[in-house]
Design a protein around this ligand. Structure first.
Ligand code: PMT
Length: 413
């Protein structure tokens, strides 16, 4: 029961996905948490407050009416009580109100008064989600430290297909658990690379790849949640992360190499998730290349291998690589593990839109010199904490083994 003694407010706004939130209340409670439900007035037209009252075993707060506080200050009482507020579903309207700090309903007033984290699980029509107003609001909330969980892509209640579905209850539960689960990397400095690199051909063109940065950013968030100080060296990407993560933006492999090496002094763990270009153009054209002939040849030269160089420079540093392969995934990944002298490699099969490059989903094989673990396809945000768990377990095993070796040695002398 990971959530024992945790106090969680589940806040419901007006959206058809509210019916799923009833199950979320059950599942969060089953993990040992105490749950209080807060609803907006419009949410009650989708699911009755009595449903949530019966499930949570507590009165549901819709207005300040002294249910939780004799002085009629429920929003303050709940804001102080909550270890975490989860707004699910979060409608476009509620997101707009949150960014403006409105307080015309108990739910919004409570969020304003809450000092801890607020997570929101957006749910709306795909056009409403893609609308620039909603996107600006979401990015603004993310920059203020709100956790944005989802939305998922797929069939919608309105009949359209696209991004805007609320995440499934099981996915939301995993995300709630990940907020409390572990302090495995407390006080440690983790350096992560993410995204693609762009290698210039001329002032307007570059060689790049399809990496979106989603996997690396999810790892950075998971590392932060596990107590680490995180430095994320990111190639060109649209991803946004918590302001508590130190992001260094780079464009080329050479810049990524330099930025990583500047972070190595006090680094405890290095995770190379970036899809770094293996080659760059040897002679970058100073002016835009004009179309003079049918054929154009570019001379390429190898880029710096960041991961190999880091391991060479710091052999004792635990280094994790990624291997994106379209075939012979395990075989090629194992080859990279050995050649780059890595401690662990995460192999992912790429080449379809279902997982890997650009997708929200991934499935991986975690390989070390003497182990192999499969993790089935899931959202990158859910996968990232599992990868960190596997790394943590390896670090613990190593510590235990070196203690045993030390004890044996001192016993024999
Ligand atoms: O960004 P997303 O859209 O979420 O997609 C995630 C991902 C598919 C990009 C990610 O999961 C992944 O697999 N990243 C590694 C991609 C890759 O092609 O790796 P590679 O086989 O070229 O390189 C092996 C390892 O060496 C990687 O850890 C890589 O970061 C590192 N490397 C490679 C070349 C180089 N010059 N320097 C490096 O550090």
């Amino acid at each position: 029961m990971t959530l024992r003694n945790k106090q969680i407010v589940i806040a419901v706004t007006g959206g058809i996905a509210a019916y799923k939130t009833a199950q979320l209340v059950r599942e969060v409670q089953a993990e040992g948490a105490q749950v209080r439900v807060v609803m907006t007035a419009s949410a009650t037209s989708f699911v009755a407050a009595k449903t949530f009252q019966a499930l949570s075993g507590s009165p549901v707060a819709i207005t300040d009416n002294g249910l939780f506080d004799q002085a009629g200050m429920d929003h303050i009482t709940l804001a102080r009580w909550a270890d975490l507020i989860v707004i699910a579903p979060a409608s476009a309207n509620s997101i707009a109100k949150l960014i403006h700090g409105e307080a015309d309903e108990l739910l919004y007033a409570m969020c304003l008064a809450h000092e801890g984290q607020v997570a929101i699980a957006p749910a709306m029509n795909q056009q409403m989600w893609s609308n620039v107003a909603t996107q600006e609001n979401i990015n603004g909330l993310r920059n203020r430290g709100f956790l944005i969980w989802g939305p998922a892509d797929g069939a919608q209640a309105c009949g359209e297909v696209g991004p805007g579905r609320m995440l499934e209850v099981s996915e939301l539960l995993q995300l709630v658990l990940s907020r409390f689960e572990n302090t495995a990397f407390a006080g440690q400095h983790i350096v992560i690379t993410a995204g693609p690199t762009h290698e210039a051909i001329d002032p307007v063109r570059y060689i790049g790849n399809r990496s979106s940065g989603k996997m690396g950013f999810a790892l950075a968030e998971a590392a932060l949640a596990a107590g680490a100080r995180v430095t994320l060296v990111a190639g060109p990407t649209e991803q946004i992360c918590s302001p508590r993560i130190h992001v260094i933006h780079v464009e080329t492999a050479a810049e990524m190499h330099l930025a990583v090496f500047q972070q190595l002094d006090d680094c405890d763990l290095f995770i190379a998730c970036a899809a770094v270009a293996d080659y760059r153009v040897a002679n970058i054209a100073a002016e835009k290349i004009k179309k003079h002939s049918e054929h154009l040849s570019l001379e390429l030269e190898p880029t710096e291998d960041i991961l190999r160089d880091v391991k060479q420079a710091q052999p004792k540093l635990f280094c994790v690589g990624f291997a994106a392969e379209t075939e012979h995934t395990i075989e090629y990944a194992r080859d990279k593990l050995v050649r780059k002298k890595l401690d662990m490699i995460i192999a992912n099969q790429v080449g379809s839109s279902e997982q890997g490059f650009s997708s929200d989903y991934n499935a991986v094989e975690i390989l070390t010199a003497d182990s192999q673990e499969s993790i089935a396809r899931m959202r990158k945000t859910a996968l990232a904490p599992k990868i960190l768990d596997a790394i943590h377990q390896q670090l613990l095993n190593r510590k235990e083994n070196s203690n045993v070796r030390y004890l044996k040695k001192s016993h024999s002398t």
